[in-house]
Design a protein around this ligand. Sequence first.
Ligand code: ATP
Length: 484
Amino acid sequence: MVLLILAKRSNTIVRLWKPPSLWILPCYSRSYSKKLVSYGKRLNEIKLPPKADRSQNILDSTATTQARATKVAKVAQFSDLPVDPQLTSAIENYLLSDLQYAKPSPIQIQMAKETPILLRDKSKHTNAVVLASETGSGKTLAYLIPLIQFLKFTTNSDSDLNISSRKASYRAIILTPVPSLVGQLHDVISGLNIPSLTVAGMSNFVRTNKIKQISRDILCTNPQKFNALMENNPEAFKSVQIVVCDEADTVSFKDAYKTSIQTIRNLSEHLKYMFFCSATIPTSMERHIQQAYPKANRIVSPDLHKLPSRVNFSIIKCSQEFYKNSKIRALIHTIASIKFSNSEHDQVKRILIFANHGSTVSKIVDELKAKGFDTFAVDGSSTTHEEIEHVLESFKNPIGTDVNDAVKIMVSTDILARGIDLKRIKHVILYDVPFSSMELLHRVGRTGRMSIRGNAYLIVDRSDENKPAVKRIRKAAIHHRALI
Ligand SMILES: Nc1ncnc2c1ncn2[C@@H]1O[C@H](COP(=O)(O)OP(=O)(O)OP(=O)(O)O)[C@@H](O)[C@H]1O
């Protein structure tokens, strides 16, 4: 249905009309009359998944056939979980203090219920746990729940593991694929504000020397630095009790990292837990887990590999007359629709755009800047880690921007697609069809995180339209089916 509202100013229309998932097309001159036609067509592209399909468990057809995917009964608050009261209080009073009622997410509930069983295990063998659930479902806290409790309860009991030593030694290692995630993770753990817990976030070599001398409970790092540290100082890893591979499908299954993880397994007599945490489980990862950790415990969400249910997914066809098969035209028009929509009341609207290549990122940035949009870019190839952090910070905190109809745009390659939590991003635009379903899930997953609703738009030109991948994505979005 297309509703035509007439008002003196286009802004009045969009402000009056609240539903965030609808497209608002302001037509304030005759030259815009053509847009109404394409707008009507485009509305047909926006389809919400039917509710009946949401309970379907489609893991059977995927690589994760062994997954234990269960629906979880809701729990009203963290203190109702079998979790150490100091930790629940840290979660509620520090980490999630900006929420009026912090409810644990399903994956956190499952992990919390599994924790006492894991902690009770006194055998010498290493427990492997695969933790897999959709993007933005709170996996970080889910694996921190057993990790912190284990560290807390073993702190002073084992003199070998005393962390007061000046010589570097670590008890838990958390590996994430990119440096920006190391910083994010460090902030989450420090944000818990647990006095006895020491954490080091090492994402660049400058910090290496400092970190070499001081022992820590937790070391967060990325695989390249981890390998360098291992080579320089293998002694420091002798006391490792827990290894977490966050974004496990990228971190743990590349050959270089497999070797390092194997080295830790050989080095540390105390290695008790290995967590593999991911929003996607590719066949190669599944195969590796089956071989290396045949008894792995699997905690898997029934919604794994589906587009997040909180994301309104649309496909925008450039073949429509108005766009003249130009992706840039379709992109600018989409941004204009977001700009005049009422999706974020009294807030700057932040839009994340993904492209497949650095050269496309540069082209998009030039076009958007020429149109006067406030645009940032991170493409990984030419930018240092510090520069990326700086750009992300400016994008997250849009200080000094006039809020009325203001948009801030970040254009990136896959470097921002995994794990990055840009807090309350509501719009993700995929300028290119991603190379794989995994990439699509991670890119789209930057919005619709936790309970926040979001919109994702995939721009396809004539050459993309008939690609099997696009047809598959369309079906998965309509029927809320798993993509992999
Ligand atoms: N119980 C909760 N209630 C509300 N917000 C939460 C809760 N747990 C975590 N969050 C917030 O939800 C967001 C997403 O969490 P997190 O980054 O852990 O998701 P994820 O599953 O690891 O996502 P990805 O797969 O993209 O890495 C974060 O901003 C986090 O602070």
